[in-house]
Write a protein that binds this ligand. Structure first.
Ligand SMILES: Cc1cc2nc3c(=O)[nH]c(=O)nc-3n(C[C@H](O)[C@H](O)[C@H](O)COP(=O)(O)OP(=O)(O)OC[C@H]3O[C@@H](n4cnc5c(N)ncnc54)[C@H](O)[C@@H]3O)c2cc1C
Length: 381
């Protein structure tokens, strides 16, 4: 077995696969020997990915569904609007893994190794990666194993979790609006937290319903499932349905300085690198963007811990998370104000971190100002 590589990518999830594919297709890296390692074969459909984008995208050929509208609901407010030029796109995890692994296996300089990574240690000018069957060496390692203890063992930046359970159901009668996913439905009891229902309607009788919280603590499994059942019967008015699939997730929402875990030759990527949008948990599209940036960065051969810095969006997210950490019930009020006062297009652009300063001000001024002024003073004083 070959044990020396230029790059080792640890984890063949969203970030690892996107990075391996981007390195493989770029002729600049064709002389680099690259290894991708995962403990899993990546054959399960373990998650549903959604993201929005304008026009055609890299994954259009494997999309499961794509919508031109979104809905937002609260107790006394609702909207259902077109989001053009954006589309809200959905991918099944298993389709993404197959699509990416097929591409990666065709690159002669990249190999895939099944193995559990036990340790990653930086030596002088090389990194040792210990797996269950061997010790491997690389000049640079890109690590997507997320160790939440780094975030938990500090108090400077609060950790909120986006935790959810989702059910894919098929009903006898039509209960879904197949044209319009529900981005957030805050009409459900908040119980002192930020709680909402997220719906991806595949047809008028089939869809994914997720009970989601942005909060510091997770719930017992039964509590998520009871809330989904109640929503199906009480809000969607359906008492006859089949449960087809379940999914669950927990995405960190934090402004923690993930770069502090990086070194000259080890870079954390994906969730482990802080590539989740801290205020929403959306990670897929940000990982695509970050991967592109990383490919350009690798061509100039700088130490990996100089890859990323903080920007204005990092600060906006920090303020929102400070608010939600101290007053977890504020989420529904803030998101309702945003959707009442801004178009979905400007909100999506803002969440994509592509707005101008004047657009930022429009979004920020549409939130209840008292929360943000207080959070701002608490951070700067
Ligand atoms: C159910 C679910 C739904 C989501 N939906 C969305 C969405 O709609 N939109 C969005 O933008 N984001 C979504 N996310 C968030 C985010 O996009 C995903 O978590 C994404 O998979 C993160 O990519 P990653 O590469 O950082 O981690 P992962 O995709 O989890 O990849 C990490 C890889 O490391 C491997 N691994 C872990 N430990 C070891 C080890 N010791 N040795 C070897 N391999 C190891 C794992 O097997 C895994 O393949 C969702 C997350 C979940 C859990």
């Amino acid at each position: 077995m070959n044990t020396d590589f230029d790059y080792i990518i640890v984890g063949a999830g969203a970030a690892g696969l996107m990075l391996a594919n981007s390195l493989g297709k770029d002729s600049f890296f064709k002389t680099k020997k690259i290894l991708l390692i995962d403990k899993d074969k990546k054959e399960e459909n373990d998650r549903t990915w959604c993201f929005w984008e304008k026009g055609e995208g890299e994954f259009d050929s494997i999309l499961f569904k794509n919508w031109k509208r979104i809905q937002f609901l609260a107790k006394d407010f609702s909207l259902d609007k077109e989001i053009t030029p954006y589309a809200y796109k959905m991918l099944k995890g298993s389709d993404f893994y197959t699509f990416m692994l097929e591409k990666i296996q065709a690159y002669p300089n990249i190999s895939f190794q099944l193995g559990t990574v036990l340790n990653i240690t930086e030596q002088q000018n090389l990194v040792e990666v210990e797996i269950d069957t061997a010790t491997l060496k690389a000049k640079k390692v890109f690590n997507s194993i997320f160790d939440v203890s780094f975030v938990k063992n500090q108090t400077k930046y609060p950790l909120i979790q986006q935790h959810f359970v989702g059910w894919v159901i098929r009903s006898k009668k039509p209960i879904f609006n197949s044209q319009s996913p529900t981005f957030m439905d805050f009409s459900i009891p908040q119980k002192g937290n930020t709680r909402f229902i997220y719906i991806l309607p595949f047809s008028d009788t089939e869809g994914l319903i997720e009970y989601t919280l942005f909060s510091a603590k997770t719930l017992e499994k039964e509590e998520y499932e009871l809330a989904i059942k109640q929503y199906i019967t009480e809000v969607l008015g359906c008492d006859s349905y089949e449960l087809l699939e379940k999914e669950k997730g927990n995405i960190p929402m934090t402004s923690y300085d993930f770069n502090s875990q990086n070194s000259q030759n080890i870079l954390h990527i994906g969730l482990a690198g802080g590539w989740a949008k801290a205020s929403t948990g959306y990670t897929f599209k940000k990982t695509q963007k970050k991967t592109k940036e990383l490919i350009s960065f690798l061509k100039v051969n700088k130490p990996l811990d100089t890859f990323s810095g903080k920007d204005k969006y990092w600060f906006y997210d920090l303020l929102l998370l400070d608010i939600l950490y101290k007053n977890n019930a504020a989420g529904s009020i803030i998101f309702e104000s945003l959707f009442k006062n801004c178009s979905p297009q400007i909100l999506l652009k803002f969440l994509d971190e592509e707005t101008s300063l004047s657009e930022d001000l429009k979004v920020i001024s549409s939130c209840p100002s008292s929360y943000f002024i207080k959070a701002l003073f608490q951070r700067i004083l």
